[in-house]
Design a protein around this ligand. Structure first.
Ligand SMILES: [Zn+2]
Ligand SMILES: [Zn+2]
Length: 323
């Protein structure tokens, strides 16, 4: 994480939980927040309307989190886009400070073209943390909602940062949420199919366009003489979309490496690996025996040298030589 990301913000959006006032101001109090390494500062300012000390708007805090996890633009386009956002901010110091605010501004503008703020009108609104908690159906007098859906703005910010840094890992939690939701749909479909049966029986009916007569197709059982209804049997209509969903989402047995054929192949590979491991161990023990032999040999040579050096004739000879 670059140092620029940990710089304190000088202009912060606040949200008063007491009276619902939204305002932008310089923080009056800054607290250290070491538990949030992605931006270890928390900002406070007095509400201009009711005087209550307010904290940084939590939707801006969430955007800050999405932004600060990245290391900054890596691609030329990314850098150019950031530079364009910063035009009109002369000093690098000021540029650093306003970088997040500039990017937030851009993200909201682009999000608004697809998802303008429509509190209560999107399917996700009912479970949205911001709904009537900053993104209000009936905003307090003088208060406006942000221009775009705040939840969608977070999605846009995460994607922009991930694409700029070319780091798909930043989108991992979004992907896993989608996967979990798809799995839940698959589960529901299976439950619905098993509850009503894989085959559906419905009475066969007919319509005669000449006479306008319509009715259920019946016949007489010649053994008992009873009237019986002809039934049409169809596959449960959810089976087809279920299979399609499973195939397109790569959830088949083959995709998960669970088919009998794949299992056999894996056993084969495992067998080969085990054999290789045995070979490796055999080679290892051979090598260590060799090392032992060499060590023993070295010991023998040293011992024989020592014997030679202690030899009285040799010692005398060396002394004579002045050695
Ligand atoms: Zn207030
Ligand atoms: Zn929303």
């Amino acid at each position: 994480m670059g140092k620029a990301r940990a710089d304190k913000l000088h202009q912060v959006k606040f949200y008063c939980r007491l009276c619902g006032h939204k305002f932008e101001a310089e923080p009056e109090r800054i607290e250290e927040s070491p538990d949030e390494p992605w931006h270890p500062w928390r900002y406070f300012a007095a509400c201009g309307q009711c005087g209550e000390e307010s904290e940084q708007a939590y939707w801006e805090r969430n955007l800050l989190k999405a932004w600060a996890r990245a290391t900054g633009p890596q691609t030329d386009e990314g850098k150019a886009a950031t530079a364009a956002n910063l035009e009109g901010h002369p000093t690098p110091e000021e540029a650093k400070r306003t970088r997040f605010n500039a990017m937030t501004h851009g993200v909201y503008a682009r999000t608004a073209t697809y998802f303008p703020a429509k509190p209560g009108k999107y399917p996700h609104c009912q479970t949205c943390e911001y709904f009537n908690n900053g993104c209000d159906e009936d905003p307090p007098p003088g208060q406006r909602n942000p221009p775009a859906c705040m939840k969608r703005a977070e999605l846009f910010m995460k994607h922009q940062v991930a694409f700029e840094t070319k780091d798909p890992g930043l989108l991992l939690n979004i992907r896993s949420d989608v996967q979990a939701a798809l799995q839940a749909i698959v589960d529901d479909m299976i439950l619905a199919i098993t509850a009503s049966g894989v085959e559906l029986r419905s009475p066969e009916w007919y319509f005669n366009p000449q006479t306008g007569e319509a009715g259920i197709v019946e016949y007489t059982d010649w053994e008992t003489g009873e009237r019986r209804t002809v039934h049409k049997i169809t596959a449960h209509p959810l089976i087809k979309p279920l299979v399609e969903l499973i195939q397109k989402n790569n959830l088949t047995l083959a995709d998960m490496g669970m088919t009998p054929k794949v299992q056999e192949e894996q056993d084969l590979v495992r067998g080969t690996l085990e054999q290789r491991e045995n070979d490796r161990q055999a080679a290892e023990s051979y090598r260590s025996r060799q090392t032992q032999l060499l060590e023993d040999l070295r010991g023998q040579i040293q011992r024989s040298q020592a014997r030679v050096e202690r030899d009285p004739v040799l010692i005398e000879h060396q002394q004579n030589e002045g050695g």
